[in-house]
Each structure stands twice: as C-alpha cells, then as structure tokens.
Design a protein around this ligand. Structure first.
Ligand code: GDP
Length: 728
C-alpha cells in the first residue's frame, strides 16, 4: 500500500500511514448464529490477513482466540483486529475512490445476551457497524437487543443479510422485518440474484450493474467477481429499486431532493455521497446481501464499509468532563491535539500477557511516553504497543487519533478508564454496565488453590465489569455474581484454563437487592467501658432514596468536629460495609443517599474501630426506619413459537408472574414479548421444550430491578435465610 502514505491532511501527523478519512472503526453486530464470526473471518480473508479460510465449524477461526469460544462457537471476547483494503480499480464500479487504501479496525461484538457488557463496551468505541442478519430467520429477538444498543450509542449501520445460500433464504422478508421490527429506514443497495442454491450474484442498485461470482480458487484466493450488465430478466427489478432508493434518499437529503425536483440526473457518485451522508447521520440503513460461508458478497460488503460507514471525522466528537466537575469537554479527532483515549477491553493474552485495548480519540502516543489515568491519578510509562492483525500480534512504535491498539504490561487500568496526557485532565464518559442478576458460591476442588482462585477471580473481575466476586462475611464463602448462568459457567471455565484452578459451584441464586422507600435518621453507638481503656464511637446519619440506577452516595456533612475528621473515613467504611452485606435480608443495598451529619467522641476511648462500628449501627438503624424493600431482577423474555402452542405458553408465562408486553403473529409463528422475574425462569428451557414439543425457542436479558411483591416476599425471605451462602 505504498500509494497511500503520501495522502495526508492537516489534521494528520506525518507519522501515520492511513489518514483519518481512510480509517474505519467498525463492529460486526449480530444475533448469535447469524454468521458474525464467519463474516469477520471472510473479511480478514479477503483483506489478505489470513491465507487459509477457517470455518467456524472446524473451530479454527482467527477472532475466536479462546478455547471455549471455539468449542461453543460463540464469540465471547471482543477482539480488535486490524486489516487493510484497497478498492478495485478495474471493475469500473468504484471509480470515485479507485486505488485508495483504507485501514479497517474490526471490533468483534458478542451476540449472546449474557455478554451485554461486551457489546456495550465495544459499541462505545465503534464509529460504525455492520449488522448481520440471517437470510432465513430475519430479525431475531437478540438482533433487536444489539440494534437497540447500537442506537443508544449512536452507531451508524449498514445491514448485511447473510446466508442467502440457505434453504428458505428470503431477502424481502428480512428487509421487511428490519423495517417493521426495528423501525429501520432500510433500503437495498444490493439485491440478490437468485437465492438458496441458485444464489449467483447481486445487483448493484446505485451503478445499475450485476456482480456475478465466478468459480475461483475458494480455499486460497476466494471467489473472483465479474461486473456485467444486468440480465434482462432482472432489469425491471433493478430500475424499480433504484427509483425507490432515490426517492428514499430525496425524502431526507435536500441536495438530492433538489435534483429530483429539477429533474436533473443523479449520477452514481452523487447518489453514493448522499447515501453516505445519511448513513453517517443514522437516517438511512443501506442493505446488502450475501453468503459469508460461500464467500459471496464479502468484497462488496467491505467496499460498502469504506463507502458508507463513517471515518472518525464524520461523526460527532467524543465528549468528556473535567474530573469532579460537570463541564463538558469535546475531544475532537486530531493528531496534533493532546493525547486522550479510552481503555475499553482488558485481556490476558497467553503470549503477550496483560493487554489493555484502547481507542485513541485525540493526539498520539509513542513507545516510551507516559500516560495519565485521571481515575487513579497515576502515571504509567508505555513500554510496548501492539496491534492485532488476525492471529498475529504486531508491535508498533506509535498510534494516532482514531486508532485502536493494545497496551502491553500495564497494571492499575480498568475497563472504562480514560488514559490521557497529564496536562489534559479529562474523563471520557465510560460505558454504563448493568448490575449482576445471578450469583453462586464457588470453592476450589483442592483447598490449597484458594489463594490462586481468589487472584484469578480478581483478575477476571478487572476485565469484566459485569462480573463480581466477593467473600460472604457470614460464611466466609467466595461468591461470584454475573449476568446469567452461561456467563458464570464461562468464568469457571476460564479459571480452569487460564489459572489452572478447578472449582465447584453451588446452585445459582438470584441476586436480590435492597433499597428504601423514604428518608429516615439513624443513630449508632459503640461504647464499651470495662475498666482500663474503653471504646467510644457515636454517629448519626440520614438516609434517603436515590434515583434508580444512581447507586450509593455517601456524603460527610458533619460540622463543628462532633466527629473528628480523622474518624470520618472509619464511619464511611462502616456504612459501606453495611451496604454491601445488606440490612433487610442480607442482600446488597442499592440506590440510596447517606449523609453523615452528627455524632460525638471521647478524648481517650475513641478509635477507628469504634467509629466503624458506629457507622454500621447508624446505617442499619436508619435503614430499618426508611421503609426497606427487596428488589428482584426482571428479565425481558421473548418467545418464538408456532401459533398452536401460543395459548399454553402464554398461560405458563402468567403462572411465572410474567407480564405480557406484546404478541406478534406472522406466517404461523407467534413472537411473545414479556417481562418475567428471573426467580421464575429457572428450568424454563425444559418447560418450553415440553410445552411446544421442542418447536418454540426463547431468549432473555436483564431488564430492570423491581420490588418483590408481598405475595412471594415471605418465601423469598425464607429461602434467603436458608441459603445465606450465595447472597450478594
Ligand atoms: P455467529 O454466532 O454470529 O458468530 O455465527 P457463525 O459465524 O458462528 O455462524 C453460525 C453458523 O452459521 C455456522 O455453522 C456457520 O457455518 C453458518 N453460516 C454462517 N454464514 C453462513 C452462510 O452464509 N451460509 C450458510 N449456509 N451458513 C452460514
């Protein structure tokens, strides 16, 4: 790619090889099994990064690094992979950009809902995404989840209808699904020629050409494609689709609307530029199709990534704030500005050790530079920088704005941390992560491994913000908590593979939470006077409900030194400890505000321990008076079933305290949407199988925490009493 390094803009440093305009940071987002891994694989293949096509089914793909991912066929870890693409000159298809190379960083996003945090954190650093849909199943429940997340993080998208070679593939159905279920303003830019085993090519709507695949050397070079005139039998379809596309674009884009009004010609270049504008603003979703497995449609997909998805310059700048202040700061992509980046993924690589994947928003970073972490207020020297190209790890000397790379060997960095130049004290808005909904007790098979296990769990918790581990104070057991049974199973698997600790786990328990419904005051005293030197701690606190999702805030409002300054941290520790272990039923407290407001001390007998105890007692006392309630995780459940089982499945959901939110029947299939307490969902896989003779399927994801109704509260509290081990 020697031709590209010469092109620079004023925004770019002379060091960079690919200008910002020619950088794409994309994700491949999809429902599990839609073909995301295969699509990523084929992109890496066609961009020349891997020389042998690895099929997911062989357990031999490049992005699936982890053993258990290969086994499960699920991409759990978002791996950032870099590849390069030069558009073809000779087909006359892409004249406007001929010979210009692009750097594409692909962040693999997981499709399983247990890994929502992975999806969230990768969405945060993407500039655009390819949403992969299954050409047979269309929009599946979890594609909606991923789609909503992409919308939340304002990620422009193009859609790829995959598996066009499979029996039952139907492009129009998938397109209609996108419009209906996702409310997407979606229009084809490529239409399929044929389907199933007759899927032979695509019609390029913008250029009114046919792209037909030849035989090619599939294993080594992939399929070559030829650009031809549209066959006569597809001409009407192609023209109608172009008219529809122009109409759709002109509805949203003034420049095109004007040309239409004035009846002036709309050339492919003008139309492409308009599609790009609208796609970058998330006002239009261009739709393509292909078969990743058969290597069909992948080259045009990469061309479309380059043509329509934004560079870092085409989207609004990232924003952050000065630590501790509200004021917003814009972090515009510019190599000559101060360095600012976001650590979005921690990863322990078996060869290179601990890697921190980060996305650079502004400035540059070179080996030997020092980075600053505003959260910890610590500096660290960067001794090694790395880029992942397929399965290869490549050392690099420096990175520029818009790049995605990995730092090697740094400690004290957590997912969501901002890493910046010390003179640019800014914190980017980190992704938000949901509370864990399930927990279990865990212990090593061999007692001697306990320390090793704690260390392993600690490391895994650092990497994954939705995974937590802690010790139950009452029983001394280690508890792990996460987003679902599969999530915790994978954690155990990683313990075994990466830390060589085999662990036994207890039955999964619901991660209930406690909170309060009104404000109250509480007092705590810890006074012992048994001869000699005694103990004296005394604190008074106010508690009040905090906004949902805001967590716990503890403030010190003591005036006049009624509690001496040096004992405030001890009171705070006590409060935090009580909050962690719960008051009402032994579950963690969330969403409350605590104000430490008064107390007293003794010249001789006061000490830290006494004030810590006073803090615990004061919090408990206030909490009990503040209308405490128990909260339970509610799941969003979606069931797809043949119509005939709808009645039975609805009845079953009602019995599980479920609330039906939507029933959508189409082509003999019904999709039910409901919210059901997680506590009622154990064993659902078996239940639904027997209700529908194995023909219905379902998905679920955490939605909200809600108050446990009185009708089941007693049972829950009794169960909680019997099983203190796995409370969290
Ligand atoms: P992911 O879970 O979204 O990453 O999906 P995978 O890439 O693992 O694919 C799931 C399954 O679908 C695998 O068995 C693939 O071989 C298969 N698959 C993927 N793409 C295609 C395709 O275009 N056509 C056909 N027939 N199968 C495909």
């Amino acid at each position: 790619m020697s031709d590209v390094s010469a092109i620079n803009t004023t925004l770019n440093s002379p060091n960079r090889q690919y200008s910002l305009e020619r950088t794409r940071n994309i994700g491949i987002a999809a429902h599990i099994d839609a073909g995301k891994t295969t699509t990523t694989e084929r992109i890496l293949f066609y961009t020349g990064l891997i020389h042998k096509i690895g099929d997911v089914d062989d357990g031999n793909t490049v992005t699936d690094w982890m053993e258990q991912e290969k086994e499960r066929g699920i991409t759990i870890t978002s791996a950032a992979v870099t590849c390069f693409w030069t558009q073809k000159k000779d087909e006359g298809l892409f004249k406007s950009r001929e010979g210009i190379g692009h750097r594409i960083n692909i962040i693999d996003t997981p499709g399983h809902v247990d890994f929502t945090a992975e999806v969230e954190r990768s969405m945060r650093v993407l500039d655009g995404a390819v949403a992969v849909f299954c050409g047979v199943a269309g929009v599946q429940p979890q594609s909606e989840t991923v789609w909503r997340q992409a919308t939340k993080y304002k990620v422009p998208r193009i859609a790829f209808v995959n598996k066009m070679d499979r029996t039952g593939a139907n492009f129009d159905n998938a397109l209609n699904d996108m419009r209906k279920k996702l409310g997407a303003y979606a229009f084809p830019i490529y239409l399929p020629i044929g389907a199933e085993d007759k899927f032979a090519g695509v019609i390029d709507i913008v250029n009114q050409k046919a792209v037909v695949w030849g035989e090619g050397d599939i294993a080594n070079e992939g399929l070559k494609y030829e650009v031809r005139d549209i066959p006569a039998e597809h001409k009407d379809r192609a023209e109608a689709a172009l008219a529809e596309l122009i109409d759709a674009v002109s509805n949203k884009d003034d420049a095109i609307a004007e040309l239409v009004l004035e009846e002036k010609p709309i050339t492919p270049d003008i139309l492409k530029a308009a599609i790009r504008r609208l796609t970058c603003k998330i006002e239009l979703i261009p739709v393509l199709c292909g078969s990743a497995f058969k290597k069909k449609g992948v080259q045009v997909l990469i061309d479309s990534v380059v043509d329509y998805l934004p560079s870092p310059l085409d989207i609004p700048s990232a924003t952050g704030h000065v630590p501790g202040a509200e004021e917003k700061i814009e972090v515009a992509p510019n190599d000559n500005s101060k360095f600012c980046s976001l650590a979005f993924k921690l990863w322990t690589d078996p060869f290179a050790g601990k890697l921190v994947f980060f996305r650079v928003y502004s400035g540059q970073l070179k080996k030997g530079d020092t980075i600053y972490n505003p959260r910890t207020r610590k500096r660290e020297r960067v001794s090694r920088l790395m880029v992942i190209q397929g399965s290869e790890r490549k050392d690099v000397d420096g990175v520029c704005s818009g790049d995605i790379a990995a730092l090697v060997g740094l400690r004290n960095i957590t997912t969501g941390d901002t890493l910046c130049d010390e003179s640019f004290d800014v914190m980017l808005e980190p992704p938000t992560f949901p509370e864990p909904v399930i927990s279990m007790a865990i212990e090593p098979k061999s007692k001697a491994d306990r320390d090793k296990m704690s260390e392993g769990l600690q490391r895994l918790a650092e990497e994954d913000p939705t995974f937590r581990c802690f010790t139950n104070e009452e029983t001394g057991q280690l508890i792990i908590a996460g987003m679902g049974e599969l999530h915790l199973e994978i954690i155990r698997d990683r313990l075994k593979r990466e830390f060589r600790v085999e662990a036994d786990a207890g039955a999964p328990q619901i991660a209930y939470r406690e909170t309060i419904t009104k404000a109250a005051e509480g007092e705590g005293k810890f006074i012992r006077q048994s001869g000699g030197r005694g103990q004296y701690g005394h604190a008074i606190v106010d508690v009040m409900p905090n906004e949902k999702g805001k967590g716990v805030e503890v403030e010190n409002n003591v005036v006049g030194g009624t509690i001496p300054r040096e004992y405030i941290p001890a009171v705070r520790n006590g409060i935090e400890e009580a909050i962690k272990s719960g008051v009402y039923a032994g579950y963690q407290v969330i969403d409350i505000k605590v104000s430490i407001k008064d107390g007293s001390f003794h010249e001789v007998d006061s000490n830290e321990l006494a004030f810590k105890m006073a803090g615990i007692f004061a919090l408990k006392n206030a909490f009990e008076k503040a209308g405490p309630i128990l909260l339970e995780p509610i799941m969003k459940v979606e069931v797809t079933t043949p119509d005939e089982y709808q009645g039975d499945i609805l009845g079953d959901i009602n019995r599980r305290r479920g609330v039906i939110q939507g029933v959508d029947a189409k082509n003999g299939q019904t999709v039910l949407a409901a919210q059901v307490p997680l506590a009622e969902m154990f064993g659902y896989a078996t239940a639904i199988r027997s209700l529908s003779k194995g023909r219905a399927s379902y998905s679920m994801e955490p939605a909200v925490f809600e108050q446990v109704p009185n009708s089941v509260l007693t049972t829950v509290l009794e169960v909680a009493k019997k099983k203190p081990a796995a409370r969290s």
